[in-house]
Ligand binder design. Structure first.
Ligand SMILES: O=C(O)CCC(=O)C(=O)O
Length: 276
């Protein structure tokens, strides 16, 4: 019996490679987390950007709270069991009226995980409507195996090196995973997905959390870090990240810097792969 997902959502996730929407918190709670994120931006004097948009859970309490949110973890447990690592987090922000986008791509094409079992939980801190540039998925595409990606950098691509799949899906229309603030979508590491511009007057803000079972190994170069989010890690395939204790402390900043550096190094080592 699943903890939070319906049997139908579990079945659809396995069949289609995604499940959406899943309400994980109230709109008010999402608003409070957004306010905390925006207070961080105001204090820093700029919108979230690299490197703090990567692995923000090691820097900020509001991000740590989302990664450990019981409803988020219950949904992940429904799909991969109780021993769960947070492998990465990315803030996906499109400013109001910003023509930001990502090309069709597969996360699993560049994560170097064996087996390729990884779920992206995308938690909306603002409404992420179709007009705001919601994430769009191609149902069932997670069964196609790893596909070729090319580099096509552009200033407006939210993925730094601009990798994507060109040709095969140029005329395809997928399913839009439109979300209200406080809802979450879940997508499989191999599902092909993309997103388009934000044509609304509000920012579109989501936190993407990559979760894996503790049994998964890394196959790339270097030794990556990951945070035990729930359960027990009997495998120790990743360097354990320490959970954030004090926001703004020199220790938290150093831990974040080291974790992002090893992640970036491993991504840069893979030609034709995607880094966000
Ligand atoms: O937020 C977006 O627009 C893209 C998200 C994405 O590519 C992902 O979560 O893997």
């Amino acid at each position: 019996m699943p903890k939070i997902l319906t049997e139908e959502q579990v079945r659809r996730y396995r069949e289609d490679g995604f499940a959406s929407p899943v309400r994980v918190m109230s709109a008010d709670d999402a608003r409070r987390l957004r306010t905390a994120l925006e207070a961080t931006e105001a204090a820093q004097g700029h919108a979230m950007r690299f490197p703090e948009k990567s692995k923000s859970h090691l820097l900020y309490r509001w991000s740590d709270a989302i990664v450990h949110h019981p409803a988020v973890l219950d949904a992940i447990e429904d799909l991969i069991g109780p021993d769960i690592l947070c492998f990465h987090t990315t803030l996906w922000i499109k400013e109001a009226r910003q023509p930001a986008f990502v090309l069709w791509h597969q996360d699993g094409r560049y994560f170097d995980l064996d087996p390729a079992v990884q779920i992206t939980a995308w938690i909306a801190l603002s409404d992420a409507s179709v007009e705001a540039g919601a994430v769009e998925v191609l149902p069932g595409s997670h069964t196609l195996g790893p596909l070729d990606h090319i580099d096509d950098p552009s200033e407006m691509n939210l993925i730094r090196r601009g990798q994507g799949i060109r040709g095969r899906f140029d005329d395809a229309n997928g399913t839009m995973m439109a979300l209200k603030a406080g809802e979450m979508s879940l997508h499989d590491t191999m599902v092909v997905h993309r997103s388009g511009p934000n044509d609304t007057d509000d920012r579109r803000i989501g936190l993407g959390i990559s979760f894996i079972p503790t049994s998964v190994r890394q196959t790339g170069t270097g030794k990556l870090t990951a945070l035990l989010a729930r359960g027990t890690d009997r495998f120790r395939h990743f360097v354990p990240e320490a959970r954030l204790v004090q926001e703004g402390s020199p220790e938290s900043r150093a831990a974040h810097e080291a974790a992002v550096a090893s992640f970036k190094q491993s991504q840069d080592a893979g030609a034709g792969k995607v880094t966000a």
